[in-house]
Design a protein around this ligand. Sequence first.
Ligand code: C5P
Length: 307
Amino acid sequence: MSSVTVRVPAKVNVQLSVGPLREDGYHDLVNVFHAVSIFDEVVAKESESITVSVTGKWSDQVPVDDSNLAIRAARALAKHAGRTYGADLIIQKDIPVAGGMAGGSADAAGALVACNELWGLGLPFDDLMEIAGDLGSDVPFSLLGGTAVGTGRGEQLTELPTGGTFHWVFALADGGLSTASVYAECDRLRKASGAEVPWPQLNDSLVEALGTGDAYALGAHLSNDLQPAALNLRPELAPTLEAGRQHGALGAIVSGSGPTCAFLAIDALHARDLALSLTTTGAAHTAVAAHGPVNGPVHGTAVPRRH
Ligand code: C5P
């Protein structure tokens, strides 16, 4: 086999509850991930060494040096297998960079699945999940897809059933936000307020809304503890969220650490209308309609294609 292609979805967090700052610099979370139909494609081609190149939207914003998460994923996989392997990784980007939609994590997950296949390692899913967790808190979910609650740093996952398809609009912002800086701003705001930070709890009403496929109830229960911090760093996002609500969004939140804003629509038609309204009124320069949940690169839709 000379090349393997996988497709990996973006995510939105429908509940992101952030606990107190831990000694290791992370926060314990209750993080309900939901994979949506915006995809990066990762091609792994036989090669002597591990390299990465990026094409498509936002390609100029992705580092292609050793800090690239897909390169780090391929190296970690080779190390786990105890041998030196090579692969040219070619990433076709559609997921916003540093947008709060786990684009870098998706590329890392894609590299793990594609190289596992290219190199004929045949490592089981659990091994890939373990390597994924060491690469970043969101990488395990990028491998899993669907809808799942993450605890710990967000890497300990339990799948959640969903009773239907949800329709979303994502308003993309100019420039990214660093996840670490948004968590740091969240800590700063909490310290300044002096209020005690509660231990994060899964919202049962949200789980029920997901399970019954009730978009109205899901919209009412969307929550993101990082939102005040993201809005402090990017105040221009507040009117974007408000514009979405005025155009009938069932819920409007910052996606993860932002700056992408996520709007839950009533159905596919409403999502198209909402995306159009957000762009024509200037509330967002780009708005993309998508649906969820979708499968991750290991399950179902995105099984590696062999060439
Ligand atoms: O795990 P990952 O490398 O994606 O995390 C990026 C940054 O986000 C961390 O360095 C940390 O500042 C913050 N983070 C956190 N608590 C988590 C996950 C991430 O504070 N549970």
